[in-house]
Ligand binder design. Structure first.
Ligand code: ADP
Ligand code: MG
Length: 630
């Protein structure tokens, strides 16, 4: 019998481990299962290399819960460990890893705060145990041998030889009184489903009922219930297979398995499969994104060699793709470190860049292969693409080729370059700038769209919450291109052409008209200007200038250096069409009261058209209009 003292500087790390990892105790199971899987895969490798020539046999890993004895046992038939190996890997290497961890985090962890995921490896078992035992036999050892290690949470351990029938390792946890929740088989099952559902070696926990029909075909069913091993991971996960081995149905079934409570089907998927210069596999699904939908950012699951790590993939998946669903798996993502370390890791950065590239490749390919279908799907993912273009320079460059503008006039979709060609000289102003007219709400801005259409102009729909930021990006990237919301000014002013229209009013008439309108409106947040426009254009418009409105919107949706703009008071331009017959009527009115009524009526109509006439002013408008009718 050998006893020893684990070589520690910290007197007793176990109480510290227990205290620190308060809310993450469950990861002990992930750690022990991955060790068992590692040991099993090592043996398979040795067998493939011809170094191990015995029978592999059933390699399933078993998790047994014994409520009476208060133990959890994890059994594998992998490589096992000899006494020397236990000494080396458990007493020295693993222990120093645990000590390292405690040194790093001691004093840094606030009470109750969690630092995300990290691993202590084997020693995490002490989070829930008063005593841990290892009974193991290495594949190299003769049948009658075995090693038995036991440690009660103090730095002293014992290591003796003890015969073990079978190759492999049993880890026996004597569960602590305050961790008895883990002695419930359903709890262990639930944790195994979370961490081990996609592992590469079968994991068995308890038994389940299976119903079989014993009757021959055609006869009345005769059911028999049988106990069968409850395998946590019966199917090998879709992402580990080659895309060519999978049908659309397989991908849908995998999606369903990942999100049993989601009823919508994904729009399409991207299957990643890289092994050089870094390892990355996974399947990302594009869900339908509805405008203003509460975005669920924790849908992508991160695995390391089929071991679930986390569903918080911040930093690993580019920000704009966080609303995707699916799985990514990489051997190169360090399991056992804090999030801040992860974000600085160069492999992690490469992975993020690669995912962006794959997404861009896929979208471009979809456009090439089936443009109609792509146009349809694009409607449901426009926000993701716009967000990506605004936040990711590389993606922006790529997306210029496949992102599309949709016309509110004829529903057609065009890439940005196609669109700029399409609007051509007709929508080029006298400065040579091409003007993209857009609507943020085709329903509310219907009359303006109709006016533009009558002029032969097109109007595109840009209704996402970040449209302002996106427009700003495009204006920065494309020369001589300007965006203007279709209701932000009179049409003549949105796309000014050479040869101004001449005023039908004299200058002094314009002055008096301006004065009349100003005194009738009597509000310093409205600036009045008189313009010479087509006589069939609107008589009056109340608009918020494009620049002002866009800044406010961008400020409201965050970022862009426009913080605080949202709180500025709203300021409107009142544009009066001096060439409209109404202008003459206002000027010629005999009674000042009549004149005021005319101005207010025209202003309210303009506000109404902008969707700005509400509350008290709407009531006043309705009663004024009724007065005129009777
Ligand atoms: P890591 O898995 O990161 O190496 P652990 O603390 O989890 O750290 O495990 C330490 C070492 O103990 C492993 O590297 C392995 O050599 C050995 N080991 C642990 N569990 C088993 C097992 N079930 N079978 C064989 N060896 C094991
Ligand atoms: Mg481990």
């Amino acid at each position: 019998m050998a006893t020893g003292k684990i070589n520690v500087s910290a007197d007793n790390i176990f109480p510290i481990i227990k205290k620190f990892l308060y809310s993450d105790h469950e990861i002990f199971l992930r750690e022990l299962i991955s060790n068992a899987v590692d040991a099993t895969n090592k043996l398979k490798t040795l067998s493939n290399l011809g170094e191990f020539s015995g029978e592999l046999g059933d390699l399933s890993i078993h998790v047994d819960v014994d409520k009476k004895k208060k133990t959890i046992t994890i059994r594998d038939r992998g490589v096992g460990m000899s006494s020397d190996e236990i000494n080396k890997y458990i007493n020295e290497v693993a222990f120093s890893g645990a000590t390292e961890f405690v040194k790093t985090y001691e004093g840094k962890i606030d009470k109750g705060a969690m630092i995300g995921h990290f691993g202590l490896g084997f020693y995490s078992s002490f989070m829930i145990s008063t005593k841990v035992e290892i009974h193991s036999r290495s594949w190299k050892m003769p049948e009658a041998e075995g090693a038995f290690w036991s440690c009660d949470g103090s730095p002293e351990y014992s290591l003796v030889s003890k015969k073990k029938k079978d190759r492999g390792t049993h880890i026996i946890l004597h569960v602590d009184g305050d961790s008895e929740e883990f002695l419930e088989e359903f709890k262990i099952n639930e944790l195994l489903k979370k961490y081990a559902r996609f592992m590469s070696v079968p994991i068995v926990c308890g038994e389940k009922d299976e119903r079989n029909n014993l009757a021959p075909e055609g006869e009345e069913a005769k059911w028999e219930t049988q106990k069968v091993p409850n395998v946590i991971n019966p199917d090998s996960p879709a992402w580990t297979k080659k895309p060519s081995e999978l049908s659309d149905e397989d991908y849908k079934a995998f999606y369903k398995a990942l999100y049993p409570y989601t009823f919508e089907e994904p729009l399409f998927h991207i299957h990643m499969n890289v092994d050089y210069p870094f390892d990355l596999t996974g399947i990302l699904f594009f869900p339908k994104i509805k405008p203003n939908m509460e975005l669920n950012k924790n849908k992508i699951q991160l695995y390391q060699s089929q071991v679930f790590v986390t569903d918080n993939v911040e930093g690993i998946v580019p920000d704009f793709l966080m609303m995707l669903h699916g799985v990514i798996d990489s051997r190169d993502i360090p399991l056992n470190v804090s999030r801040s370390y992860l974000q600085a890791d160069s492999n992690v950065k490469k992975i993020s860049g690669h995912i962006t590239k794959k997404v861009a490749d896929k979208l471009e390919e979809m456009l090439k292969n089936d443009r109609n279908d792509f146009e349809q799907k694009l409607k449901d993912i426009a926000v993701i693409i716009e967000y990506g273009m605004v936040t990711d320079e590389k993606f922006f460059e790529r997306a210029l080729k496949f992102n599309m503008l949709r016309s509110a006039v004829d529903e057609s979709a065009s890439t940005i370059d196609e669109y700029l060609d399409k609007i051509g000289t007709l929508q080029t102003d006298k400065e040579g700038q091409r003007v993209v007219l857009y609507t943020s709400n085709a329903e509310a801005q219907h009359s303006y769209i109709q006016k533009a259409k009558a002029e032969g102009y097109d109007v595109v729909v840009l209704d996402s919450p970040i449209a302002g930021h996106w427009i700003q990006k495009i204006e920065g990237a494309k020369e001589k291109v300007r965006f203007a919301r279709v209701d932000s000014d009179m049409l003549d002013k949105l796309i000014p052409k050479d040869g101004d229209r001449s005023h039908l009013l004299t200058e002094s008439e314009q002055e008096s008209l301006k004065g009349y309108v100003e005194s009738a409106i009597n509000d310093k947040n409205y600036s009045v200007r008189i313009e010479a426009l087509a006589s069939d254009d609107m008589p009056m418009m109340v608009v918020m200038p494009e620049f002002m409105r866009r800044m406010k919107e961008m400020s409201a949706s965050g970022g862009g250096g426009f913080m605080g703009m949202a709180d500025f008071p709203d300021h409107y331009d009142v544009v009066v069409n001096g060439n409209h017959p109404l202008a003459g009527k206002i000027l010629k009115a005999e009674e000042p009261a009549d004149r005021e009524q005319l101005v207010l009526q025209a202003k309210d109509l303009a506000l109404l058209q902008q969707g700005l006439l509400t509350g008290e002013r709407l009531t006043a408008f309705v009663s004024r209009s009724l007065d005129r009718l009777v």
